[in-house]
Design a protein around this ligand. Structure first.
Ligand code: ARG
Length: 410
């Protein structure tokens, strides 16, 4: 009977995978299921989710409002790191997983559960993010992943759900969605054909029929956005404000081929208007206040940071080590950036900072520049020294110089 093997805490989203997991954990593993839904800004009907969990058979449901924590401890470091996997994906799902896993572990400990469960498949990255975080935080908890363990496919899950009277949403039949404050991932269905353009109905935030151009001003302090359009707002509100505004101009769609950790190349479609706009602005401000040496080095650090987070290694000490470097660079990343958005395009059209290294009197082509051009001649000669020597050595080795000399004598 259910419960004879004790309790399990299941990270529960209310979606197809985790809903069928409740039933599998009860019937196959004979466990009492406690569901945990962690709110990272997915804007779901959490009362409905609780109701659904209990109807399927959970003995207890826990809701955790982690929106502020998610913004402060996960999204902010990612903004500072310009977090984009393979230069494109703003890491929304990847950032939320370690937080959801940490909450589930704490609840399992509190409830005296011996096991912890998630609904990830064995083909994706999420299993890595969940497993690694769970084991790093409490290696004594047994991890159960029914979808992975039984090699389930979505079609089999939908069939099982029907047989078991587990409700399946209309959306779940079309796509697999993962949503939080930082973005929305759309997978499966017709967009698995890499050559098929995602239909407009696949998107939730992005408006395709607004031609108007509009400006968005973002103010950063120490690398963190603190106001939008001159209004100071708590981070969660600011991200939502930017998401709505940029999305209303069609900004924020990412469609690319992504390398999963397990070796699969997948076609990924995201909409993340806030992430795309904020990172674009943040990068631009960094270019104004950091030296070219800092920028070149930080680009490598940012890439490594994004890779670690994508690959489920949030718990690796290297991530925290990189955060310390990144934090040190952010002290001067304060100022304002003005973005212009229209019909899906986004560009920075202005920026200002009290830490600006851009000096107009140096850069100007107009009269009155403080830059002494006469210094440039010698600099250029030394700058190109090795390149010039290398070319003449290569020419000599090829005998070109000799031939030219003979030709010249005639
Ligand atoms: N490819 C993205 C990632 O690895 C999105 C994953 C979406 N997850 C999901 N369960 N639908 O982060």
């Amino acid at each position: 009977m259910a419960g004879s093997n004790g309790k399990v805490v299941l990270a529960y989203s209310g979606g197809l995978d985790t809903s069928v997991c409740i039933r599998y954990l009860q019937t196959l593993h004979k466990l009492d299921v406690i569901t945990v839904t962690v709110d990272c800004g997915q804007d779901d009907d959490f009362k409905e989710i609780e109701k659904k969990a209990k109807e399927i058979g959970a003995i207890k449901h826990v809701y955790v409002d982690a929106r502020e924590e998610f913004a402060r401890d996960y999204v902010v470091p990612s903004i500072k790191a310009n977090g984009l996997y393979q230069g494109k994906y703003p890491l929304a799902t990847a950032l939320a997983r370690p937080l959801i896993a940490a909450k589930a572990v704490r609840i399992a400990e509190k409830e005296g559960a011996a096991a912890i469960a998630h609904g990830c498949t064995g083909k994706g990255n999420d299993q890595i993010r969940f497993d690694v975080t769970m084991r790093a935080l409490n290696p004594d908890l047994k991890i159960i992943a029914p979808v992975r363990d039984m090699n389930l496919t979505r079609d089999v899950e939908i069939k099982f759900a029907r047989e078991q009277n587990i409700p399946v949403s209309a959306e779940a039949k079309k796509y697999s969605i993962d949503l939080n404050l930082w973005g929305r991932a759309i997978e499966g269905g017709n967009i698995e054909d890499a050559d098929f353009e995602p239909p407009e109905e696949a998107f939730q935030f992005v408006n395709f029929s607004n031609d108007k151009a509009e400006y968005l001003e973002l103010e950063f302090q120490g690398g963190v956005p603190i106001s939008a359009d001159a209004k100071q707002m708590p981070l969660v509100d600011l991200i939502q404000y930017v998401n709505d505004k940029a999305g209303s101009h069609g900004v924020g769609i990412v469609d690319h081929i992504e390398d999963r950790v397990v070796g699969i190349k997948s076609r990924e479609v995201y909409e993340a208007p806030a992430a795309i706009a904020i990172i674009e602005a943040h990068k631009d401000l960094e270019k104004m206040v950091l030296t070219k040496h800092e920028l070149a080095f930080k680009r490598m650090v940012d890439d490594q940071w994004s890779w670690l987070v994508y690959a489920g290694l949030w718990q690796d000490p290297l991530r925290a080590d990189l955060d310390r470097f990144i934090d040190a660079t952010q002290v001067r990343v304060s100022g304002k950036v003005r973005l212009k958005m229209q019909k899906g395009s986004l560009r920075v059209v202005g920026r200002e900072s009290k830490y600006s290294l851009y000096k107009n009197d140096l850069a100007t082509y107009a009269a009155g520049s403080s830059f002494d051009q006469s210094l440039a001649k010698g600099f250029v000669e030394l700058w190109g020294l090795q390149s010039i020597i290398a070319n003449s050595v290569a020419s000599a080795a090829a005998g070109i110089t000799d031939k030219n000399k003979k030709g010249g004598k005639k």
